[in-house]
Design a protein around this ligand. Structure first.
Ligand code: ADP
Ligand code: ZN
Ligand code: MG
Length: 281
């Protein structure tokens, strides 16, 4: 192959806890009726304050330990600011500066894939677009469900390897009983970052693929991008840093938006939550 692919994964998993991340609403991913598991906190009513779910923190640390991570002695939450109708506060409580787990790895085919970090955040609500309607509906049952995000270093070099990594992670999540990690149900979601370069030691311009909702889609999406980017580079076209979606029917990726940068989100420390001191052992 003329170009060498490099891949990094960002994997989200909904944690299996009784209640949501910052309120006492039930965390029930199987609830069919919209807006049943909601309260003033997870719908962002004025004057409400979040309280940290200890079990969710415990599950992230447990995952970090299983994946050879260093567990931060001190950790905290940060606000990631953006507007979208499924995010009532207009910011997501996440972790940017001091994630719970850092510098881990998972061995795939006896090769270490480094894990940059695992952090804890909250899930968003869900938008529903009724067929033919000129409006959308919003269901906040999922808003505020604890969501763990794992970020790898760009250490993966093929679609097969990426699929294997994600499958292995699912097994670990289930074994640890931290998440049911069902991809079809959206309990586990994979975002793929991929770039191509002639020099295997260098990184190219990366493209991110979203809404890959099965292991098969992860593999197919990467193979599609390798082919698309190879063709672009061979005809001397520039790859632009962008976010692309996956069309599961046509099995192609399509441009969604040019990639936003961290500073666009105006990350700052969450003032409504205390710092956390973690004592392992
Ligand atoms: P961003 O700031 O755009 O989110 P990051 O540096 O935080 O980018 O990386 C996000 C993910 O993309 C990580 O999994 C990382 O390993 C991967 N990544 C970063 N740069 C590249 C690249 N050039 N090619 C492939 N993957 C990359
Ligand atoms: Zn609630
Ligand atoms: Mg990043």
């Amino acid at each position: 192959m003329a170009y060498f692919p490099t891949i990094g994964l960002e994997i989200h998993a909904e944690l299996k806890t009784k209640s949501k991340m910052f309120c006492s609403c039930a965390n029930n991913p199987d609830e069919k009726k919209a807006n049943i598991n909601i309260c003033p906190i997870c719908t962002a009513q004025p004057g409400t304050l979040p309280v940290i779910n200890k079990e969710a923190v415990r599950k992230v640390i447990k995952t970090g330990l299983a994946l050879n991570c260093r567990i931060s002695e001190h950790s905290k939450f940060d606000r990631k600011n953006y507007f979208y109708p499924d995010l009532p506060k207009a910011y997501q409580i996440s972790q940017y500066y001091l994630p719970f787990c850092q510098n881990g790895y998972l061995k795939i085919n006896n090769r270490k894939i480094r894990i940059r970090e695992i952090h804890l955040e909250e899930d968003t609500g869900k938008l529903i677009h009724p067929q033919g309607a000129d409006y959308s509906l919003v269901d906040f049952n999922r808003a505020g469900i604890p969501l763990m995000e794992l970020v790898t270093e760009p250490d993966i070099h093929s679609a097969k390897e990426a699929k294997k990594f994600a499958e292995e992670l699912r097994l670990i999540f289930r074994y640890l009983d931290v998440s049911d990690a069902n991809m079809e149900k959206g309990q586990m979601r994979c975002e793929v970052n991929i770039s191509l370069n002639k020099d295997p030691k260098k990184l190219g311009v990366k493209v991110e693929i979203k809404n890959l909702n099965s292991f098969r889609a992860v593999e197919k999406g990467i193979d599609y991008e390798i082919e698309r980017q190879t063709k672009m580079l061979e005809s001397r076209k520039k790859i632009i840093q962008e976010t692309r979606g996956w069309n599961n029917v046509k099995e192609i990726t399509f441009s969604q938006r040019e990639k936003e940068e961290a500073h666009d989100y105006r990350y700052f420390p969450e003032p409504d939550l205390p710092m956390i001191k973690i004592l392992t052992r």
